[in-house]
Design a protein around this ligand. Structure first.
Ligand SMILES: Nc1ncnc2c1ncn2[C@@H]1O[C@H](COP(=O)(O)OP(=O)(O)OP(=O)(O)O)[C@@H](O)[C@H]1O
Ligand SMILES: [Mg+2]
Length: 216
């Protein structure tokens, strides 16, 4: 299967959630996890490389998708193989829309879209949803409230939730703003980090299991 973390807005927590999700699945599932960094900044890959210094075994490999190549998936069969594979193939994208993402966005099984309630983020999220619509992507869209501040009353939450829910699953449980997630690495989930993402990821994996009729 292919699970892609993407949205048009930078800094919403795509990479943080992609790392947390890859770690979570690698630590809790029998399935093999493969990560593909499709962001020109290569944050996931660099973090994974840096973590080679840690004396903890790696949980998965991270590959860079060739940025120079205009159509990295011109080898279509490879993409379909990944989709049909039992492995959990996790993609982390940049916070920009790019035609080179098209095939991946079309053929992903799930697109996980972290979002915040600021006006800028709300707008970008809707632009991204629109882009997926134009691509006629069949991927299931899953929206996660990211860096959510429990004590804050977001003025546009109700309207935004209603709009987003037309296009996919909005996870009930947000990922709260937590300092422990700022120091996440690719080799473990501390108790605190696991606690920070567990409820959202339980909801997400239940949905994946239901849609694909599998057990992660
Ligand atoms: N739940 C959270 N609580 C606190 N800080 C967070 C949380 N999620 C992400 N951050 C922080 O927010 C910043 C941006 O996060 P991240 O790099 O994951 O976003 P991104 O969407 O991948 O950004 P880009 O678009 O640049 O790839 C980082 O400093 C990260 O540590
Ligand atoms: Mg990122």
């Amino acid at each position: 299967m292919i699970i892609t973390f993407g949205t048009q807005k930078g800094g919403t927590g795509k990479t943080t959630l992609a790392i947390a999700f890859a770690n979570y699945i690698a630590l809790s599932s029998e399935r093999k996890v493969n990560v593909f960094d499709f962001d020109f900044q290569k944050s996931f890959y660099h973090k994974w490389k840096e973590d080679e210094l840690l004396e903890i075994p790696k949980l998965y490999d991270v590959q860079i998708i060739d940025e120079e190549n205009e159509q990295p998936f011109s080898d279509f069969e490879h993409l379909i193989e990944m989709k049909e594979s039992e492995d959990v193939n996790v993609f982390d994208l940049a916070g920009t829309l790019d035609a080179k993402y098209s095939d991946l966005l079309i053929y992903s099984d799930f697109i996980v879209i972290p979002f915040e309630y600021s006006n800028v983020s709300a707008k970008s999220t809707l632009v991204f949803i629109n882009f997926l619509g134009l691509l006629e992507s069949q991927a299931e869209r899953v929206f996660i409230r990211s860096k959510y501040d429990k004590g804050y009353k977001y003025q546009n939450q109700e309207g935004m939730d209603a709009e987003i829910s037309k296009y996919g699953l909005l996870l009930k449980r947000p990922v709260f703003k937590r300092n422990c997630l700022q120091t996440i690495d690719t080799r473990k989930l501390t108790y605190e980090q696991k606690y920070a993402v567990k409820n959202s990821f339980l909801e997400l994996t239940e949905y994946i299991n239901k849609c694909l009729e599998i057990t992660l």
